[in-house]
Design a protein around this ligand. Structure first.
Ligand code: COA
Length: 393
């Protein structure tokens, strides 16, 4: 292909993808100074000539010099089009260059996509639009069968863009990413030619729900100390025997971090139960098992309370709030559940009480099914609540 003559212009009337020009060097250079951009892309130091070629695989040199932008935009990108090995477009939004998106590889009909947009326009749907245009091009013009998206684990903005365009089957490859000689965990997901370019599965948000004297809100890093205290507590450790023991601050941070992933994958929604005045964490309530293959309308409720906050009926009220939210249809902003479950050991009367006073019915009593740390087992009770039970009052 000739550059720039043969570079197709792709547009959805809001975002236009076109060949890069020399005028894009300056804004591209500025974009690469953004710390977010540097955090989520590969950065070799010192920057050598061959890194310009590596940039095709998302290597961003630091310090990112003007020459790097010049080299990438005026040498590397044209060479990719000419050799038919990579296809990079300038993203134009509101008449300005705002970023770059590229396809690469394509051997055997499978290739990768990479993208970045400048900080000023993030959150306006620009990249979602650009990605949809480019994926369509990969399937319709390059005749690819599958497009691969990769990002360092934790890059939720990139993951959400990919999710919105139908990328799915996300896996985490531990140590799969490289950054300045350091291995990082990597997320990988793909979209196939026959897939609709629309989200597959739910990405739950964690709304703030106000209760009487408390609120349910997203967990945050600053809750780690309280989470550690609550989960390291003797009673929590006794009834939730799968928890790490001793329960470290890192365990608490890991738990908090993993909840964002659980929400993004549609698997679970977890809230901090926080004091209405001080916002201090009093406990945790979550609903999980939301993406079950057999029944996508069920959810299981799990909870624990910080020892200082027990005995005040806060968990009973928190579960009551959660029930209303869980049964609300997805289109009305809820979780669209039809059936909720609570499971607890038959001798865990405090937990069973929370279920019973919230109208759950005992439907199961499994013998020797709930392990304790000393190697013994308690019977495991199952309680359920159907949306229709609540409607009936
Ligand atoms: C990733 C990136 C390209 C997204 O561009 P963008 O134009 O902001 O993308 P969009 O506006 O189309 O969509 C972003 C979505 O992510 C959401 N989002 C942003 N940060 C988020 C976060 N930390 N957690 C969850 N969602 C987040 C936005 O709210 C938006 O979703 P919404 O429209 O449903 O509200 C941009 O952040 C970027 O350039 N980052 C640096 C480079 C990079 O990471 N490239 C990808 C390497 S794999």
């Amino acid at each position: 292909m000739r550059f720039p003559e043969d570079v197709p212009v792709l547009s959805d009337d809001v975002v236009t993808l076109r060949a890069h020009t020399a005028a894009d060097v300056e804004p591209a250079y500025r974009m690469c100074q953004d710390p977010v951009m540097q955090e989520w892309t590969t950065i070799p130091v010192p920057y050598l000539r061959e890194h310009a070629v590596g940039y095709l695989t998302e290597v961003i040199p630091v310090p990112y010099l003007r020459e790097h932008a010049v080299g990438y935009l005026t040498e590397v990108i044209p060479a990719g089009w000419q050799a038919n090995t990579s296809w990079a477009w300038a993203i134009e939004y509101a008449g300005e260059y705002v970023g770059t998106i590229d396809l690469r590889d394509g051997e055997g009909g499978v290739g990768e996509v990479g993208f970045a947009v400048s900080p000023e326009v993030r959150g306006n749907g620009v990249m979602t639009r650009a990605l949809r245009l480019v994926v369509r091009y990969a399937f319709d013009v390059l005749d690819w069968k599958r497009v691969i998206w990769r990002a360092y684990a934790g890059n939720f903005a990139s993951r959400r863009v990919a999710w919105k365009v139908g990328f799915h089957g996300l896996v985490t490859i531990l140590g799969g990413g490289r950054s300045r000689g350091v291995r990082k965990d990597e997320w990988v997901a793909t979209v196939g030619r026959d897939d609709e370019l629309e989200p597959k599965g739910n990405w739950w948000t964690v709304p703030v729900l106000e209760g009487d004297g408390f609120r349910l809100r997203p967990l945050r890093e600053s809750d780690a100390q309280r989470v550690q205290e609550a989960c390291g507590d003797e009673r929590t450790q006794h009834w939730l025997s799968g928890m790490p023991s001793p329960y470290s601050l890192d365990d608490a941070k890991g738990f908090i971090g993993s909840r964002s992933d659980a929400a993004a994958s549609g698997e679970a929604v977890a809230w901090a139960i926080a004091d209405a005045d001080t916002d201090e964490l009093l406990g945790n309530v979550s609903v999980f098992g939301l993406s079950g293959r057999m029944d996508k309308t069920r959810g299981e409720i799990g909870y624990w309370m910080h020892p200082e906050a027990r005995g005040r009926k806060v968990m009973t009220s928190a579960v009551q709030l959660l029930i209303a939210y869980a049964f609300r249809p997805i289109e009305d902003g809820g979780l669209g559940r039809r059936r909720l479950l609570v499971r607890c050991a038959d001798v865990n009367t405090a937990s069973a009480h929370v279920a019973e006073v919230n109208g759950f019915t005992k439907v199961g009593d499994e013998r020797s099914a709930d392990p304790r740390r000393d190697g013994s087992y308690d019977n495991l009770l199952t309680y359920d609540l159907l949306a229709e039970d609540v409607l009936r009052g």
